[in-house]
Design a protein around this ligand. Structure first.
Ligand code: NDP
Ligand code: 2IT
Length: 445
C-alpha cells in the first residue's frame, strides 16, 4: 500500500474534507501491514473501494418556523458500505454538519458496525439544522420535511438510520411518523424508537453504558476497576448521561461534564439527584452547564475551558469530534490518567492519540468504545424482525457480551510484543478484515 499516494489522491479528489481525510488516514495507518500481507486485497482494489461511499443523497429541506418564516437547510444520507449488512448509522442535526463530517462518521461506522459482530453496513446522515431554541412544532415540521426526501432511500432491509447529536427519541418519533405515512408500512426502518412502538429497551442508555463496560474491560487487563476512580467526562448529551450513570453504578466518581461554552467541575461527584436535575434541564431545551453551578454551589463553572485540565484516573470524551487536543492529552498524562476511552466519535486529535500511545496510556478509540449504541440498534432490528421484545436484563446481557467481545478483538489484533494493547490498531484491523473479506466474496460491485 502506498499510503501517502492514496492520501494525496484523496485530498485532490475531496479538497478541504479534513475530518474525512483524518479518519481515513488513521484507519489506513493501522491496517497497512495486514493489507500488504494479503495481496488479494490489493488486486481486488479493496482500499480504493472502501474509502469511497457507495452513494450520497443530498437534498434541500425547506420548512416554516412558528412565525411563518421560510427556512432552507441541507439534508444528507451517505450509504458508505453495505458489504456485511444493510447500511446502518445515525442522523446528526447540528449547524456544523457538512459532507466532510458525515463522511468521516460514515467511514468510522463501517468498522464500528463490523466490530459489533452483528450484520450491519456503514452509513450516516443529517442536516445543518440547529435544534437549539426551536419549538416542538418547529422540530416536528423540520423532521417531516427531512423525511419527505429521505424515505425513498431507506428501508428496514436497505438502510436503517438512528440518532446522533441533536437527534434523540423525540426526533426519531417525528421521522418515523412521516416515514410510516409515506411508505404505508410500520417496520423497523429507524432505531431508537419509542418503547411502545417497536423501540428496544435500553437503547437510550446503551452507548454510554457500553462505553463504560468497554473501559471496565480495559481497566481489568491491569487488575483494576472503577471503584474509587475519579472520572472526567465531557458533554452532557445522550452518551455522556449513560456514561455518568454507569460510572456511578460501578463505584466511580464523575467530577466533570461539559457543553460548548465550558465545563463544570464538581469535586463532590455528579450522581443521584444531580443527574436527575441535569436531565430536567436538558428536557427543557436549556443550557445545562451553567445553571448546574448555581444549583450546586460547590461546583465550579469554567467558561471556555475543557475538562481535560482536571486531575482524573479515567477520561471519557463524550461530546464531539476533535474536542481533545495535544495540550489536553499532555495535561491528562501529567495528571496521571490511566485510561482514556472515547464515548464520542473521533474526539481526540491524531497528535493527542499519538501522545497517549507513546506514553503507553490505555486508549480506546470511539469505533470500539461507543459501539454499544449501534449494537443495541442492531438488537432493536432483530427484535423488530422477530416481532418480539426482550427484557432489560436480556438486552443488557447481550450488550455486555458484545462489548467484551469487541474488547477481545482489539486485544487479539492490537497486542504488542511488550504486552501493551494498541486498541486503535486492534479495532481498525478487526473491523477492516471482516468487511474486506466480505467485499472479496461479493466481487467488484
Ligand atoms: P447529544 O446531542 O445528545 O449531546 C451532545 C453533547 O455534546 C451535548 O452535551 C452538547 O452540549 C455537547 N456538544 C456539542 N457540540 C459541542 C462542542 N462543539 N463542544 C463541546 N460540547 C459540545 O449527542 P450524543 O450524546 O448522542 O452524541 C455525543 C457523541 O457521541 C457524538 O460524537 C456522537 O457521534 C457520538 N455517538 C453517539 C451515539 C448515540 O447513540 N447517540 C452512538 C455512538 C457515538 P449542548 O447540548 O449544550 O450543545
Ligand atoms: O455513531 C453511532 O454509532 C450512532 N450515532 C448510533 C448509530 C445507530 O445506528 O444506532
Amino acid at each position: 500500500m502506498n499510503l501517502e499516494k492514496i492520501m494525496t489522491d484523496l485530498e485532490k479528489k475531496h479538497p478541504g474534507e479534513v475530518e474525512y481525510l483524518q479518519a481515513v488516514r488513521e484507519v489506513l495507518e493501522s491496517i497497512e501491514e495486514v493489507y500488504n500481507e494479503n495481496p488479494q486485497f490489493e488486486s481486488a482494489g479493496i482500499l480504493e473501494r472502501i474509502v469511497e461511499p457507495d452513494r450520497i443523497l443530498t437534498f434541500k429541506v425547506p420548512w416554516v418556523d412558528d412565525s411563518g418564516k421560510v427556512h432552507v437547510n441541507l439534508g444528507y444520507r451517505i450509504q458508505f458500505n453495505g458489504a456485511i449488512g444493510p447500511y446502518k448509522g445515525g442522523l446528526r442535526f447540528h449547524p456544523s454538519v457538512n459532507l466532510s463530517i458525515l463522511k468521516f462518521l460514515g467511514f468510522e461506522q463501517i468498522f464500528k458496525n463490523s466490530l459489533t459482530t452483528l450484520p450491519m453496513g456503514g452509513g450516516k446522515g443529517g442536516s445543518d439544522f440547529d435544534p437549539k431554541g426551536k419549538s416542538n412544532g418547529e422540530i416536528m415540521r423540520f423532521c417531516q420535511a427531512f423525511m419527505l426526501e429521505l424515505w425513498k432511500m431507506i428501508g428496514p432491509e436497505t438502510d436503517v438510520p438512528a440518532g446522533d447529536i441533536g437527534v434523540g427519541g423525540r426526533e426519531i418519533g417525528y421521522l418515523f411518523g412521516m416515514y410510516k405515512k409515506l411508505a404505508q408500512e410500520h417496520t423497523g426502518v429507524l432505531t431508537g424508537k419509542g418503547r411502545n412502538w417497536g423501540g428496544s429497551i435500553m437503547r437510550p442508555e446503551a452507548t454510554g453504558f457500553g462505553a463504560v463496560y468497554f473501559a471496565h474491560e480495559m481497566l481489568k487487563t491491569k487488575g483494576l476497576d472503577f471503584k474509587g476512580k475519579t472520572v472526567a467526562i465531557s458533554g452532557f448529551g445522550n452518551v455522556a448521561w449513560g456514561a455518568v450513570t454507569k460510572v456511578n453504578e460501578l463505584g466511580g466518581k464523575v467530577v466533570t461534564i461539559s457543553g460548548p461554552d465550558g465545563y463544570i467541575y464538581d469535586p463532590e461527584g455528579i450522581s443521584g439527584s444531580k443527574i436527575e436535575y441535569l436531565l430536567e434541564l436538558r428536557a427543557s431545551n436549556q443550557d445545562i452547564v451553567k445553571p448546574y453551578s448555581y444549583e450546586f454551589p460547590n461546583a465550579q463553572f469554567h467558561q471556555g475551558k475543557r475538562p481535560w485540565e482536571v486531575k482524573c484516573d479515567v477520561a471519557l470524551p463524550c461530546a464531539t469530534q476533535n474536542e481533545l487536543g495535544l495540550e489536553d492529552a499532555k495535561n491528562l498524562i501529567k495528571n496521571g490518567v490511566i485510561c482514556v476511552a472515547e464515548g464520542a466519535n473521533m474526539p481526540s486529535t491524531p497528535d493527542a492519540v499519538n501522545a497517549f500511545l507513546d506514553h503507553k496510556i490505555m486508549f480506546g478509540p470511539g469505533k470500539a468504545v461507543n459501539a454499544g449504541g449501534v449494537a443495541t440498534s442492531g438488537l432493536e432490528m432483530t427484535q423488530n424482525s422477530m416481532k418480539i421484545s426482550w427484557t432489560a436484563e436480556e438486552v443488557d446481557a447481550k450488550l455486555h457480551q458484545i462489548m467484551t467481545d469487541i474488547h477481545g478483538q482489539c486485544v487479539k489484533y492490537g497486542k504488542q510484543d511488550d504486552g501493551f494493547v494498541n486498541y486503535v490498531k486492534g479495532a481498525n484491523i478487526a473491523g477492516f478484515l471482516k468487511v474486506a473479506n466480505a467485499m472479496l466474496d461479493q466481487g467488484v460491485v
